[in-house]
Design a protein around this ligand. Structure first.
Ligand code: TRP
Ligand code: ZN
Length: 864
């Protein structure tokens, strides 16, 4: 055999409707690894049994691996052939057999970070979605579940720690300084949940006693020197375990739960059974190096991966079209957990902001797809904000429609009924229907239809009776020109603005029709309407309201999310007016922000979120054609006006002492958040003392939240303090990769006019590397999030991103392809920009040997 190529030239489209159950099952697998960075020998012994009467030959999927030898029931077997990357073994009339295959792999050369690869000097695996086939030949589909027995051996000095799923049942020393370990996982699992880690690691150990009294040993494994930064992750793990017992009645099911932190990782983390593998970014945190946001990220991702043990592992997915079954549900679970652990209103605001920043644009662009897609070329491209975050909103809507008790009945039914199975989204909805005693036939359209629904609202009056008319439309998306209305929960309230109180208390309305009239009640005057409270449905609401009504709601609504929305809408209306060349009246916004700042001696984190201006990208999303320069100009003008008008308030926020960096209470975190926002507003004024003020905060900071906020503020400007702070930060943290990422990131986020050139130069910095996905994202990912820079009129931002994709694709197609979608929004920009974006997509597509990942993203983006 010569080397097998890893990606086919012609893209093959996989269709959801083509699903067929597996012809062969694999109840047991024994794996043997002789580990080496450059050479690992793998023997896989698969016990296979036929699952249908007359199965064809056994198809074992491979990707870039070659067969050394095949044995069947112990004897060398020659009845096999390759079909492209896959191995076909003809088993004749056999109903069952043990098929053994030897392969040789080179983890050191694995730059894709899929399969078995080296990171620093450790070996680790990433198998979701289709990485197991890069280790050994296997059906590698999630509806084939096996019990795994894993033996590994290797040099004891290089790999003193040997980990896999389940329990370590035996270990010992071998010859020539080697040692070995044998791991067994009693729970049948799909191949994407397999994991192995070998390396020189230290552990933070703890214990957890489950509700039925099982003693679980917990371990967080990191490189020596990092163990002091694992405390927050460990606490988050124990909190998650207790929360899942309390809220969902779900208990952990092994004696061991290990987490390993890895520096080079394509995504956030991976829920492998009993052996989660994490991006270091979501494990390591201490006050000196991590911001409050980083701490929250650690807590949320640790919870997410832990919760997968039930929503993903005990009940897994039948096929990859069902991905949202585990991801949407698990995101909803981690969001609920974080809400319970901190400030629930602030968590909801953050989740909605992320949905609007990442998912709404996806749903409005050429890559729009339903949460349960109908087809794909490369499944890695479908780990999207739609599948994850919109998927979570769909689960949340069912929870809202059912209420907590019936939702819990539904999830109990789902877990009990499908435990040990590979299930579908339909199975989940059916459990909700039966457990919740509700008809969700129309609701199922959320799984089928892409695009963000719009609700057009208008108030009507008939002799003192007030009504809300709601018209629902779902926009056309690629492949789906016609849409039907969907069932959704809409939370409403109405207020009398004269201060006489609530006209209509919080009410849950279920929408089903394309147009629907909701009776509100009898009021003397037109009420202020609080609509989509708590963001009960993931939709865009079109409802024109006077600035006075929005300001009233921003001050008086009893739902914090609705107060936030009202103020954001007021800001947005002002900004959009300015961008469209109308007069932007700043006065109403200034009054409302002042009221929010001073009026409520409440949660400072909420105040900080509420007074933040909408992002440039979100302002652009309100317009048919985005004008990035006008948006930046108008946003800066409003920021400057707010900075100057409320100068005393911002200075007052900054005048007190900052909360201790080690204090992670919601109040302390909120206090720091508000200080960061106040500093940004003051910086926008251009007052001469601000660089020194920011530099003082930077220098005196006792933790990373304040330090990074001050650095980011300075990075926008043009002061000597900017140069000094960037240099001090670099010198202090040059040996800490996660903090150095921030140094790259704040420069790529800068509002300075030379940011694209600065990013190009930073791409050649000795500390920049294409081998580390975090570093790539911190520089180039940050640039694509900097709207006016990325869309610089001369197209330099587009060229830089396309150059990156072309350089990265041969090495790491998954991470390269994730950089393409920002280039696909060409329809939303003027013709000159659009033409430049399309030209870059074409240049990417013209690369010989372009991966399946990037080919799919670039070609779909070009179609528009
Ligand atoms: N399933 C993982 C999660 O919890 C994410 C994941 C999917 C992943 N594919 C991956 C992680 C590839 C790393 C590499 O969301
Ligand atoms: Zn997940």
């Amino acid at each position: 055999m010569t080397d097998a190529s890893s990606t086919p030239a012609i893209p093959v489209t996989i269709h959801r409707g083509d699903y067929r159950p597996p012809e062969w099952q694999v109840p047991d697998i024994a794996l043997d690894f002789a580990l080496g960075i450059e050479r690992t020998a793998v023997t896989a012994a698969l016990s296979v049994v036929r699952a249908v009467p007359n199965p064809a030959a056994l198809v074992l999927r491979g990707d870039g691996i070659a067969v050394q030898e095949v044995r069947v029931d112990g004897a060398v077997w020659n009845d096999w052939r390759m079909d492209g990357p896959d191995l076909i073994v003809d088993l004749g009339e056999r109903d069952a057999a043990t098929v053994e295959v030897d392969t040789l792999i080179d983890p050191g050369a694995n730059t894709q970070l899929m399969g078995l690869y080296a990171s620093n000097s450790m070996l680790c695996t990433q198998c979701e979605a289709e990485g197991f086939r890069r280790i050994t030949f296997h059906p590698d589909r999630p509806d084939v579940l096996s019990r795994y027995r894993v033996r590994m051996s290797g040099d004891k000095a290089l790999f003193p720690i040997l980990l896999s799923n389940g329990n370590c049942v035996a270990q010992g020393d071998g010859e020539g300084g080697s040692h070995w370990a044998l791991w067994e996982d009693p729970w049948p699992k799909p191949s994407y949940l397999f994991a192995l880690v070998a390396g020189d690691l230290v552990v933070n150990r703890d214990r957890f006693t489950t509700m039925s009294g099982r003693e679980v040993e917990l371990g967080i494994w990191v490189r020596a020197g990092d163990e002091d930064r694992t405390g927050h992750a460990m606490q988050a793990l124990k909190d998650s375990m207790a929360w899942d017992e309390r809220v969902y009645g779900r208990e952990y099911d092994l004696d061991l739960f290990n987490i390993v932190a890895v520096s080079d990782f394509n995504m956030g983390a991976m829920e492998n059974k009993g052996l989660n593998v994490f991006n270091t970014r979501y494990i390591l945190a201490d006050a000196d190096t991590a911001t409050d946001l980083d701490y929250d990220g650690v807590q949320g991702v640790v919870a997410h991966e832990y919760f997968h043990n039930w929503s993903g592992n005990r009940v897994t997915c039948r096929d990859w079209f069902q991905l949202s079954l585990k991801e949407g549900f698990t995101v909803f679970r981690d969001q609920s957990f974080s809400a319970d652990m901190g400030s629930a209103p602030v968590k909801r605001i953050e989740d909605v902001r992320l949905l609007r920043a990442a998912q709404f644009p996806e749903d409005a662009g050429p890559l729009a797809h339903p949460i349960r897609p109908d087809s794909y070329q490369e499944i890695s491209n479908f780990y999207t904000a739609t599948v994850y975050n919109k998927g979570a909103e769909i689960i949340r809507m069912m929870a809202t429609l059912l209420g907590p008790d019936r939702f819990r009945k539904g999830t109990d039914l789902y877990f009990d009924r499908h435990d040990g199975e590979a299930a579908t989204c339909e199975d989940f909805v059916r459990a909700m229907e039966e457990g919740g005693d509700i008809d969700l036939s129309q609701f199922r359209r959320w799984y089928e239809q892409a695009g963000t629904p719009r609700l057009a609202l208008s108030l009507a009056q008939e002799g003192g009776d007030w009504f809300l008319d709601v018209a629902q439309t779902v926009p056309p998306t690629p492949g789906q020109p016609e849409k039907a209305p969907m069932m959704m929960p809409l939370r409403l309230a109405a207020f009398a603005m004269d201060g006489s109180g609530a006209a209509m208390a919080d009410t849950l309305v279920t929408l089903t029709g394309a147009s629907q009239r909701v009776a509100l009640g009898r009021f003397a005057a037109r009420p202020a309407l609080s609509v989509n409270r708590g963001f009960s449905a993931p939709v865009i609401v079109d409802y024109v309201r006077a600035p006075g009504e929005l300001a009233w709601l921003a001050a008086h609504d009893d739902d914090p999310f609705a107060r936030y929305e009202a103020l954001q809408q007021l800001m947005l209306d002002t900004l959009v007016a300015g961008v469209s060349g109308e007069k932007a009246d700043h006065a109403a916004v200034i009054d409302a922000v002042a009221g929010t700042l001073t009026g409520r001696a409440g949660d400072p984190a909420f105040v900080a979120e509420a007074v933040l201006l909408p992002s440039e990208a979100f302002i652009g999303d309100q317009m048919v054609i985005v004008d990035p320069d006008a948006i930046r100009r108008e946003r800066l003008a409003l920021q400057t006006a707010l900075g100057r008008a409320l100068e005393n308030e911002w200075r007052a926020v900054l005048s007190g002492a900052a909360p201790l960096a080690t204090d992670l209470s919601p109040k302390a975190k909120g206090g720091r958040r508000l200080r960061g926002v106040a500093l940004a507003y003051l910086a926008a004024t251009g007052f001469a003392d601000v660089p020194a003020l920011a530099f003082g905060i930077f220098s005196d900071a006792d933790g990373m939240t304040e330090r990074q906020a001050a650095l980011a503020t300075l990075a926008h400007g043009d002061s000597d303090e900017r140069v000094a702070a960037l240099d001090i930060f670099y010198q202090r943290y040059r040996d800490n990769p996660l903090v150095l990422d921030k140094w790259f990131q704040v420069q790529a986020w800068s509002l300075r006019p030379d940011t694209v050139g600065a990013v190009r130069t930073l791409g050649e910095h000795p500390d920049f590397t294409l081998t580390n996905p975090n570093r790539v994202r911190s520089l180039y990912g940050a640039l694509t999030g900097n709207q006016a820079a990325f869309h610089q009129a001369d197209g330099a931002g587009y060229r830089l991103i396309a150059d990156l994709v072309i350089a990265l694709d041969p090495r790491n197609p998954q991470t390269a392809a994730r950089m393409i979608p920002p280039l696909g929004r060409w329809k939303r920009f003027d013709e000159a920009r659009g033409a430049k974006m399309k030209a870059e997509l074409e240049r990417i597509l013209a690369q010989p040997g372009l991966s399946r990942d990037s080919t799919e993203q670039a070609s779909k983006s070009l179609l528009g």
